[in-house]
Design a protein around this ligand. Structure first.
Ligand code: ADQ
Length: 471
């Protein structure tokens, strides 16, 4: 079997792996004798020319260091202040500084130069996420002929949002240098196809026309999931039960509404708290009868828009606490700290309602983890944004428009009042879907498309697409 080389911005660290994705890819790598390549997390005065190898709990990793300037332009700049907001349709939060593209490109070139000497001719290479869109092109320019696949962990943007991204034509050309491009959901494949279809030669720009040939690139949805059976087991371990007991004591008979997210403006956190506020305002029987917990550790907090989201959330939580708290009852617990997976599994299991209401998201793995952690005899209810990719595979969740806080408040009421038989019926279907879309199945299906012996035939093959090139 060919070796597999996984490439992502960061490589996994020591200790228990944080998520199902890292566990699944570790397992896949162990079976295929490859390694994981990425940034070491270290900043140096000069960029590393060569990767240094390390062994992390049996996983071989190869890492390079980046310079501070390149890293800033590549990571906080182009990746997270341009690509992330644009792909999540938040152009209002994007900072369009075109010069960051140079650093983004330079880091991708550095990745390619350090990776190329490590490759054998029949290695297959699996590149992850928006930080590394140009990597296949950079590798091919250096002569790599390997099969290279790309997986996008975030949604693909609408055509207009894509046009707002500096150098979007080059990025699309970069995508066409992959053999397989995997998206989160069908919605994303449709958006990609739309973009491709609306590109037509135009002389208006005055730029030379160049066709982008996608005939050798398969594009398809590979909906990522979790390891639901592992999560179900985790939710009844002593570590998870310790968290259940601890929170149960303070909840007494109140039903728990739970949100678990990275603190990110895409997750719809202010709208979610506002919906909860409306529930308490509209229906007094829920006061003292429910409690909401939002776990949201800060992420990317050097970026202004993330600090502002954090401040907004602080203010809204404070408002709801001030408005409804009694000397002996608080409506809300807001925790700005990450919990390990066992504690999260315990919280999920205890929750009567899992509130997953991003304004736009890839699949969203919290939705999967919540479902997997439920007690089959007394399961909680998933309220899910229709704008999370997981909405395509979880029709039995209560689906909401997260921008409409009245609708989310009504969904909360419905979930809290839902009889046991309906909760069981909905959960059974959700758990089946979660098992069908497990992270192991996801990795296997992507690699089946990428492997040389099984490739060809499916996905969206565009015959010849024309882009007005700025090159
Ligand atoms: P994220 O935006 O990070 O992922 P999500 O998929 O919900 O969002 O979570 C990923 C992992 O982070 C999960 O395993 C979850 O347990 C963990 N996590 C989230 N909040 C946490 C918290 N408060 N404390 C501790 N752990 C927490 C991106 C995309 C998603 C896509 C995934 C995978 O945004 O849409 O599904 O990648 O492709």
């Amino acid at each position: 079997m060919s070796r597999l080389i996984v490439v992502s911005n960061r490589t996994p660290g020591r200790g228990p792996a944080a998520g199902g994705l890292a566990v699944a890819l570790r397992k896949t790598l162990a079976a295929r004798d490859g390694f994981w390549f990425g940034w070491s997390g270290k900043l140096s005065d000069t960029p590393s020319e060569e990767a240094h190898f390390d062994d992390i709990d049996g996983l071989t990793i190869a890492q390079i260091d980046l310079t501070r300037e390149d890293h800033h332009a590549y990571y906080a700049g182009f990746s997270n202040s341009i690509l992330w907001p644009s792909f999540h349709l938040r152009l209002d939060l994007a900072t369009i500084e075109g010069h960051w593209y140079e650093g983004y490109r330079a880091v991708n070139r550095q990745f390619a130069r350090a990776l190329l000497p490590l490759l054998q001719p029949d290695d297959i290479i699996w590149v992850h996420d928006y930080h590394l869109i140009p990597l296949a092109n950079e590798l091919r320019n250096l002569g790599a002929r390997n099969r290279i696949g790309f997986y996008l962990h975030i949604p693909f943007p609408t055509t207009d949002a894509l046009y707002a991204i500096p150098h979007h034509n080059e990025l699309m050309r970069d995508l066409s240098r992959y053999d397989v491009v995997g998206m989160q959901a069908n919605r994303d494949v449709t958006a990609f196809t739309e973009f491709a279809d609306h590109q037509s030669p135009s002389s208006l720009s005055g730029n030379p026309l160049r066709s982008v040939d996608f005939t050798r690139t398969e594009t398809a949805a590979f909906p990522i999931g979790s390891d639901p059976d592992a999560f179900a087991r985790l939710a009844v371990t002593p570590a998870a039960t310790k968290m259940v007991k601890r929170v149960e004591r303070s909840l007494r008979d109140q039903k728990l509404i739970l949100g678990v997210d990275r603190l990110d403006y895409s997750k719809g956190l202010p709208q979610r708290i506002e919906a909860y506020e409306k529930l308490l305002a509209n229906d007094t029987r829920f006061r003292r009868a429910v409690h909401m917990m939002q776990v949201a550790p800060p992420s990317r907090d050097t970026i202004k828009e993330y600090q502002e989201t954090s401040d907004t959330l602080d203010a809204i939580c404070g408002r709801v606490m001030g408005r409804f708290s009694e000397p002996d009852w608080q409506p809300l617990t807001y925790v700005k700290r990450a919990y390990g997976q066992p504690s999260l599994a315990g919280l999920y299991r205890l929750a009567r309602v899992g509130l997953v209401t991003p304004l736009r998201d890839g699949m969203n793995l919290v939705a999967h983890e919540f479902v997997a952690s439920q007690d089959p005899a007394n399961p909680g209810v998933l309220i899910l944004s229709r704008f999370a990719g997981a909405a395509e595979i979880f029709p039995e969740a209560i689906q909401v428009n997260p921008f409409d806080t009245d609708e989310t408040a009504e969904a909360l009421r419905m979930a809290l009042d839902m009889p046991l038989d309906e909760r069981i019926a909905r959960w059974t279907a959700l758990m089946e879907a979660s098992r069908r879309h497990s992270v192991d199945n996801w990795a296997a299906s992507f690699l089946a498309r990428l492997s040389p012996d099984t490739s060809g035939g499916v996905g969206v093959n565009r015959d010849m697409l024309y882009l007005a090139s700025t090159a």
